[in-house]
Design a protein around this ligand. Structure first.
Ligand code: NAP
Ligand code: HSE
Length: 424
């Protein structure tokens, strides 16, 4: 009998539990042992959780769980740093196998948690931390173990992809769509982690750590989310033949690794353009496979619950001795190249007073620096204000931001609303 303690019974915890109950016989046959959820740890004991069977102890005391020597596997699905980090560390120190969906902790404490697991001859599994229902961790860590990965990039946050997809179809504000994403269980407890790009950043850091055997510090990475993007940007991008997507990328370069998270304008026929709703997609470029594209549900109760079941099967094999070692102890020191060195084209939206001489001034500034390919103006509105759209030639983010500071000082230029790179 494999004894489990489940920490957290929210979107993912309840999804995992319901799948386990529904497919119990098949899963136990696969594991070749019985599985028992002995404890479920929650915050609020007064909530109705009638689906939990009577032989499971629902508690708000982690102390009770950690004191039980018969627990084999602890599944952390609380989220956030406190108290989850403490619970994971104490579980590993007590030689329990840990399964977690907590990308914040895996990304920020990658080396520490893996070393702690090794020191205690146990293991930490985190398939559900990245890619929702798509087995991207397994793909990078095990399936491509004999390959050399050169690049990973993709859409790794379901909430922002859902928000951008809804805003493409309906004229709704971002706050309204955030509420919908929360109701569907996609968003983090603090949705600013999704919107600000941090959630995607944690996921690309985890994938890069596995792909390039390193332990990247998330704080070293350029990260920009979708906070300032409005229906106007989506509409103008559409007119130019683009969609807006939040892309996370990690690429091996001669001098180190380039990792970043940023919204991009991508061509409508780009593979990533068809990733809609809360779906995620990941493109892996490697020596053996050359090119691999994965797409599927990136968040939600059952897709993520399914990833936890997958880890449970792996964890059970580890427990039964079939799977004693899978993670390398080596962490290469790799230089992180700054995103600002990289040249790309940009979409720029600015708001100006409706006056042809202002447009002429801006145009000549761009022409003198040979910076812009195209300037579009939307003169359809009757207001005295005019949105102006500029597509630049290739330049670094640092240089274009500096240049736009000068543009902002031109008389009649009211605001620089957005500067978004174009995906090649
Ligand atoms: P959630 O719905 O907010 O559920 C959190 C659960 O943890 C709740 O059952 C809550 O108890 C419990 N909890 C909170 N604080 C606690 C504390 N101090 N002590 C004990 N229990 C506590 O979160 P979720 O969406 O399932 O996410 C869980 C984890 O999975 C996070 O790390 C998240 O990033 C990750 N994840 C989520 C998704 C997704 O689609 N949602 C996908 C992939 C990964 P109560 O029920 O009593 O409030
Ligand atoms: N908040 C996360 C997302 C959950 O929207 O992608 C899945 O990791």
């Amino acid at each position: 009998m494999i004894s489990i303690a489940l920490l957290g019974f929210g979107t993912v915890g309840s999804g995992f539990y319901e799948i386990l109950k529904r497919e119990e016989e098949k899963i136990e046959e696969k594991i070749n042992d019985k599985v028992s959820i002995k404890y479920i740890l929650v915050n609020d004991l007064s909530k109705n959780r009638e689906q939990i069977s009577s032989d499971t102890i629902v508690t708000d005391s982690f102390e009770k769980i950690i004191a039980d020597e018969n627990i084999d596997i602890i599944i952390e699905l609380i989220g956030g740093e406190t108290p989850a980090l403490d619970y994971i560390k104490r579980s590993l120190s007590a030689e329990k196998i840990v399964i977690t969906a907590n990308k914040l902790l895996v990304a920020n404490y990658f080396k520490e948690l893996i070393k702690l697991a090794e020191k205690n001859k146990t293991h930490i599994f985190f398939e559900a931390s990245t890619g929702g229902g798509i087995p991207v961790i397994n793909m990078v860590e095990d399936y491509l173990a004999g390959d050399k990965i050169n690049e990973l990039h993709g859409i790794l946050n379901g909430t922002t992809n859902y928000i951008l997809s809804v805003m493409e179809k309906e004229t709704v504000s971002m706050p309204e769509t955030i509420k919908k994403a929360q109701a569907l269980g996609y968003a983090e407890q603090d949705p600013s982690s999704d919107l600000g790009g941090l959630d995607a950043l944690y996921k690309i850091v985890i994938l890069a750590n596995l792909a390039f055997s390193c332990a990247v510090n998330p704080e070293d990475i350029y990260c920009k989310g979708i906070k300032g993007i409005t229906s106007y940007d989506i509409m103008y991008a559409e007119e130019l033949g683009y969609k807006i997507k939040l892309i996370a990328a990690a690429k091996r370069e001669d001098s180190g690794l380039r990792i970043f998270v940023s919204p991009f304008l991508i061509k409508k026929d780009d593979d990533f353009a068809s990733t809609v709703g809360a779906d995620n997609s990941l493109e892996i470029k490697s020596e053996n496979l050359n090119h691999l594209f994965l797409k599927g549900p990136g968040a939600g109760k059952f897709p993520t619950g399914n990833a936890v079941i997958f880890d449970l099967i792996k964890a059970s094999r580890f427990l039964l001795g079939d799977y004693k070692k899978s993670r390398s102890k080596k962490f290469n020191n790799i230089k992180i190249n700054r995103k600002s060195d990289f040249k790309q084209s940009f979409y720029i939206r600015l708001q100006i007073e409706k006056n042809d001489s202002i447009i002429k001034n801006i145009k000549s500034m761009f022409d003198e620096s040979n910076l812009a390919d195209m300037i579009l103006k939307d003169g359809s509105s009757d207001t005295p204000l005019l949105p102006l759209i500029i597509l630049t030639r290739k330049i670094s983010i640092q240089k274009i931001e500096k240049f736009m500071e000068y543009v902002e000082n031109i008389n009649g230029v009211l605001t620089i609303n957005n500067i978004i790179p174009l995906k090649e």
